[in-house]
Each structure stands twice: as structure tokens, then as C-alpha cells.
Design a protein around this ligand. Structure first.
Ligand SMILES: [Zn+2]
Ligand SMILES: [Zn+2]
Length: 402
């Protein structure tokens, strides 16, 4: 890690001094005012405020945000289930927009480009990035800390206090400044809400099927939790040619929706429902080849595992609160069942290739992405959006900035 960081700074010399340089430039050129949704403390609603945004540093771009998905990860932060390094912090990590300004060292991104912002940076120089495995970037440990990729700040609140950015992105804002390592340029003809979802939940779900579980034609699949992530697992399984696709959710309407995305069966979860037994009934008595725990793994992982056949694959895509420290599956069940347990982040593939690939599949008509958007919200309705997410009202809510 230390070697990586040193080599990173050596290779991008300007970044090492860009903290003071960028600050000085900001004062010289002046910052702009922008509205943003700030995390100010656990249990408090997001606070929509006007903050000051400094111009981009040498390797950074300024983006006018257009669409941002309401994803569970930010909700974990609001509830204190996942710690971030500082507050205030602009939340939002599943966003799209238009590039307005680029720093002098930015390569391959120009003003006017439409972009997806990725919640993991791709530093380009660590062992993983050099191997094309950007989703494992060694710099990923910084995404919840707050400062920019170069360690300095571009945002201040009305009292002059530094404001951080969630996942190095801070997408719930009219404008943001991010390092080029968080940017993927996309086709300008694509709808912004589609690009936003393709920045997180779509590759996360589809990739879990194709890259993590490697679902084959004719396989059987059970998907627990068919919200933003899970619905993309369902359509990924359909694309992979799975014969049986069982959607599981607490909400009956989501099971109906799942059928339009490719599910062949639906099971409404709830007290007294023996999920493994129900899955066996639908899979010739042996269980599914693959099970995906897409919501609350602490509560769903054991059922997921027991719903699989001998030799089954169990994939976890959802986050748990940090307080959950163990998995409920016993080692002997894993061993005797010849099972494989996989944690899949960002669809287990590079976000730099995965995001454009999802958008190509959308353009070809192979993925339904607009249909995932249940409702759009204005920035000052962001808390309503999270209330609706918590109440299970949306497949995906999206904040539109324009
Ligand atoms: Zn997300
Ligand atoms: Zn890297």
C-alpha cells in the first residue's frame, strides 16, 4: 500500500503538490456557489445547503450533475451503519453529468463530455489497475474518508468548514469536482438517469451473475431482494440463459415487476416462509445452482446458502452494517455442501470496462434500465427519496438536477 502510494505520487508529481497549488488557484480564480445535500450527523436528514466549490485541480474535472441514484450505501451512512471519515460530507455516489471544466493534466476527458462517476477510483498505477482489475484498486480504502483523491478539499460550507465528498464523488450536488480517476466518458445520446444507474447498481448486479457466479445457460438462480441491485441480477441471469430465475422479496409488487425483467417465479418472503424448501420445490428437489443475497446479507445469507444445491454458488452483493462481524453459514455446511461463497463488488470486473459494457447492452435492447427508475426527485426532495427507499416503494429512485 505504502509503496503503491509512493509510486503513485512519484508518477504524478503534480498531485503531490496540488494541495497547496489547488488551494492557491482557487483563491486566485474564485470558487462558485453550488447546492448540495450534506451529511451532518447520524440520524439527521440530509441538509440541502449552498456550499462553495473550488475550481478543479490539475488532474480534476468539474461536472454539472444531471442524475443521481438513491442507493442503500448512502443510507447506511445516514443511519450510522457505515462510518465515514468526516462531516459535513456531500453524499451520493451513483451519478451522471456533463463535464464543464478540466484541469491541465487531465487526459481523455473534455468539456461537454457526458460522464458516469464511479464510486471507486481507478488510480491506474497500482498492481490491480495495471492488470485491468480497476474494481480492486489499491486506493479504494480512501473512498469514505472525505478529501479529494489528492488529499485536499474543494468544498466549504457557509462557515468556511471543509466539506468532504462521498466515494470521492459527492454526487448529490448541482456541481461537483472529482479526480479523473473517478470518471468514465459515455455516449452523449444516453439518458442521464440510465448512465447514473450504470455507474453502480447495473454492473453490480449483472456482473455478479456473469463474472462472479459465472451463470451458465440452463442454470437455476434465486435472487433474494429484487430492488436496484437484485433486479439487475434477475436481468443478468436472463441474459446468461438461466432456465429458472426465482425472485424473492417482501413486497409482492416487486415480484410482479421482477417477472417483467425475466424472473420465472416469485416467492414472497416473510415470517413462516421456509425459503430453502420453497426453492427446492421449484428446482426438482435439489436447490438452485446459484443464490444471490442482494439485501441485508446478515439476514438472508443463510437462506441463500441453504437454497442452493450441492456445489452451489452463493454470491453476496449487498452491504451489511459494520456491526455485523460474522456470516451465519457454518464452515461444515460450506464444506459438506461443496459450496462457493463469493463477495462481489462492482460486478467483479473493472468499472472502466463494465460501465460502458452495461450501456452498450442497454443500447442493444438487452437490458431494461429506464424501467428501473420508479420515481424522480428534486435535490431538495432527497430525504423523501430515502424514505421511499426505506419503505420499499421504489426499484430505484433518482434525483434529477436539471
Ligand atoms: Zn450505489
Ligand atoms: Zn489502482
Amino acid at each position: 500500500m505504502e509503496l503503491t502510494r509512493r509510486s503513485l505520487l512519484a508518477l504524478t508529481g503534480a498531485m503531490a503538490v496540488s494541495g497547496s497549488t489547488a488551494k492557491a488557484e482557487a483563491q486566485a480564480q474564485g470558487s462558485i456557489a453550488t447546492r448540495a445535500a450534506l451529511f451532518r450527523g447520524v440520524g439527521q436528514p440530509l441538509s440541502v445547503e449552498t456550499i462553495q466549490l473550488d475550481p478543479p485541480g490539475p488532474t480534476e474535472v468539474q461536472v454539472r450533475m444531471e442524475a443521481v441514484g438513491l442507493c442503500h450505501t448512502d443510507l447506511h451512512v445516514l443511519r450510522g451503519e457505515r462510518q465515514v471519515g468526516m462531516q459535513p460530507m456531500v453524499l451520493g455516489h451513483e451519478g451522471s453529468g456533463v463535464v464543464e471544466v478540466v484541469g491541465p493534466q487531465v487526459r481523455g476527458i473534455v468539456p461537454g463530455d457526458h460522464v458516469a462517476l464511479t464510486w471507486l477510483p481507478a488510480c491506474g498505477v497500482c498492481r490491480w489497475c495495471r492488470g485491468g482489475l480497476h474494481h480492486r484498486c489499491a486506493e479504494s480504502g480512501r473512498i469514505l474518508r472525505g478529501p479529494q483523491f489528492d488529499g485536499t478539499y474543494r468544498r466549504r460550507d457557509s462557515s468556511g468548514r471543509d466539506v468532504g465528498s462521498m466515494c470521492l464523488v459527492g454526487a448529490f450536488a448541482e456541481r461537483t469536482v472529482v479526480d479523473q480517476t473517478s470518471v468514465v466518458v459515455v455516449d452523449r445520446s444516453l439518458p442521464f438517469e440510465v448512465v447514473a444507474l450504470a455507474a453502480c447498481s447495473v454492473p453490480g448486479g449483472v456482473g455478479a451473475v456473469t463474472n462472479a457466479a459465472r451463470v451458465q445457460k440452463g442454470d437455476s438462480v434465486v435472487v433474494i431482494g429484487v430492488g436496484g441491485d437484485g433486479m439487475n441480477v434477475v436481468q443478468g441471469a436472463r441474459l446468461a440463459g438461466a432456465k429458472v430465475i426465482i425472485a424473492v422479496d417482501l413486497q409482492a409488487w416487486k415480484l410482479d415487476a421482477a417477472r417483467t425483467f425475466g424472473a420465472t417465479h416469485g416467492i414472497q418472503a416473510g415470517p413462516g416462509v421456509d425459503l430453502p424448501a420453497r426453492v427446492r420445490e421449484l428446482t426438482e428437489g435439489i436447490g438452485a445452482d446459484h443464490a444471490f443475497a442482494c439485501i441485508d446479507p446478515a439476514a438472508t445469507l443463510l437462506d441463500a446458502s441453504r437454497s442452493t444445491a450441492i456445489g452451489g454458488t452463493v454470491v453476496m452483493t449487498g452491504l451489511t452494517p459494520e456491526s455485523v462481524a460474522t456470516t451465519p453459514i457454518s464452515p461444515s455446511e460450506l464444506l459438506r455442501g461443496h459450496k462457493t461463497l463469493i463477495g462481489s463488488l462492482y460486478g467483479s470486473a473493472s468499472q472502466r470496462t463494465g460501465v460502458p459494457e452495461m450501456l452498450r447492452l442497454y443500447q442493444r435492447g438487452s437490458l431494461k434500465l429506464r424501467e428501473l427508475v420508479s420515481r424522480t426527485y428534486r435535490l431538495d426532495e432527497v430525504n423523501q427519496g430515502y424514505a421511499d427507499l426505506t419503505a420499499g416503494k421504489n426499484l430505484r429512485g433518482v434525483v434529477r438536477l436539471s
